[in-house]
Design a protein around this ligand. Structure first.
Ligand code: HEC
Length: 159
């Protein structure tokens, strides 16, 4: 009886430790870049316009099926943190955090199956950091307030 309890407890501790280890190990280089390259580069790769170029003529680029370039860490941060704060989170969210409870229009690109999409979303959330999955824009829109410094401080997004 005693042995069984000890084993159960240490098994649980091991699972918790492993869980924490995995969460801390998320980096752009090891986890995020390979995903973006495989799932997003077709339309957000090196041929795509930079965010600033994209904003000059969104309609033209949309017709060409090109979104803002996310081929580097720096380019990716522009659609997460500034100037297009929260765009990344709004577009790949599964509807859990969006104001209309619908998935963002890029969620479907996270994987071929729901399991794959959910696994990748979980990885991205862990990478961005605890409490940092905020969909707010830089400025307020409608009744959604702009992002705060406190929210921004939570962003980990390790390189
Ligand atoms: C088949 C092409 C295609 C794929 C694949 C694709 N996107 Fe997009 N994405 C677009 C286009 C076109 C736009 C611009 C139109 C729009 O806003 O919906 C866009 C817009 C975005 C935006 C909004 C950027 C902004 O600042 O307004 C984000 C964020 C985004 N995509 C993320 C992703 C991520 C992350 C992936 C991969 C998981 C991905 N996209 C895969 C075509 C694609």
């Amino acid at each position: 009886m005693h042995i069984k309890t000890t084993l159960t407890v240490s098994g649980l501790t091991l699972v918790l430790l492993l869980g924490a280890g995995v969460a801390n190990a998320q980096t752009y280089r090891s986890h995020v870049q390979p995903l973006i390259k495989a799932q997003c580069a077709e339309c957000h790769g090196a041929d795509a316009p930079t965010l600033a170029e994209f904003k000059l003529d969104e309609e033209k680029y949309k017709k060409e099926k090109l979104g803002p370039r996310t081929d580097t860490y720096e380019n990716l941060l522009q659609i997460m943190v500034y100037p297009d704060s929260g765009a990344f989170m709004r577009r790949v969210d599964d509807g859990t955090s969006t104001s209309d409870k619908k998935p963002g229009n890029m969620y479907k690109h996270l994987g071929a199956t729901d399991t794959e999409r959910q696994t990748n979303l979980r990885m991205l959330k862990n990478w961005v950091g605890e409490g940092a999955w905020n969909l707010n824009r830089w400025g307020a829109r409608g009744d959604v307030p702009g992002i705060t410094k406190e929210q921004m401080d939570k962003v980990q997004a390790k390189y």
